[in-house]
Design a protein around this ligand. Structure first.
Ligand SMILES: [Zn+2]
Length: 287
């Protein structure tokens, strides 16, 4: 079994769906310092290199943090500029966001950006043109597919492991082999699908169930785990109140999450996408 994949959507609370409505110019304040160092320490303790999908706006405002992440040898990839879902962007706006973000990231890392993740996993059957744009812009891979339908995003019937994607059919491996897709892992049995490999799902699930589901996923596939830095801290005192439901969604279990992630990292071997691609050239022969 190839190594598992660890990715981070590198954005702050201001651009999340929970807080978007209550963010004003007067209360904008980055809270990335603490969770970034928690994450870097965790990854360093276990000698794991991760992929950070960074927002252009964040890279512009917090370049020192991006430098710190890059200096630790992690991969820096593109998460768009403004965290706008694809369906609210015209193809021209999308290209503009891609290029602007790459410019800022490449200026910091002095390295070509290889990967992209759409904000809110917003790539779906309505936006296959995104694939062609990514290929034209020189991207090697995408990681925007959440392979089950949830109330806010996701596509059913997408492969649950890496495959070559094309605009012709985003749900099938493409023999053209131009852009690799790295879907997020989900647990799937004959009767049931459970989103469980990180994000809000990993945060809400009790530790035992979280680890059990990862073990089940790993019986058949590699695990692709993802998280957000803002999920690791309790923002109740630090950010404006977004209403009680959103408050729970954004903050529940946040301070225990890093320990849960550490348990997962102790159980499975993780790497970043760039390294994974280099180490698994023959993986796609199975298709
Ligand atoms: Zn995001």
């Amino acid at each position: 079994m190839p190594k598992n994949i660890f990715t981070i959507d590198y954005e702050d609370w201001m651009t999340t769906s929970h807080y978007k409505a209550v963010v004003k110019d007067t209360n904008k304040k980055y809270l990335l310092e603490k969770p970034t160092h928690q994450l870097l320490d965790l990854l360093e303790r276990h000698q794991v290199k991760a992929t950070f999908f960074v927002l252009g706006q964040v890279a512009k405002d917090c370049s020192l943090l991006i430098r710190a992440i890059n200096n630790k040898g992690h991969e820096i990839a593109n998460h768009g500029y403004s965290h706008t879902p694809i369906h609210f962007l015209s193809p021209n706006d999308f290209i503009h966001e891609l290029r602007e973000t790459n410019k800022i990231l490449e200026d910091i890392t002095q390295k070509k950006v290889k990967g992209f993740r759409a904000p809110f996993f917003s790539l779906n059957q309505k936006s296959p043109w995104v694939i062609d744009t990514l290929i034209e812009e020189g991207f090697v891979y995408d990681s925007s597919i959440f392979p089950m339908k949830t109330p806010r995003y996701g596509v059913n019937k997408a492969p649950l492991k890496p495959y070559y994607i094309s605009s012709e059919n985003i749900l099938r491996h493409s023999q053209q082999q131009e852009l690799i897709e790295f879907p997020i892992s989900i647990y799937k049995s004959n009767f049931l699908k459970i989103p469980s490999a990180g994000g809000i799902y990993g945060r809400f699930l009790p530790e035992k169930i979280f680890l059990k589901l990862l073990k089940e996923i790993h019986k058949q596939n590699l695990i692709h785990l993802y998280i957000h830095p803002w999920e690791l801290i309790n923002k109740r005192e630090l950010a404006p109140h977004p209403g009680w439901i959103k408050n729970i969604l954004a903050n529940y279990n946040s301070e225990q999450y890093i320990n849960k992630l550490e348990k997962a990292i102790q159980l499975f071997q993780f790497t970043n996408i760039e390294t994974w691609i280099a180490e698994n050239k023959s993986y796609f022969n199975q298709y």
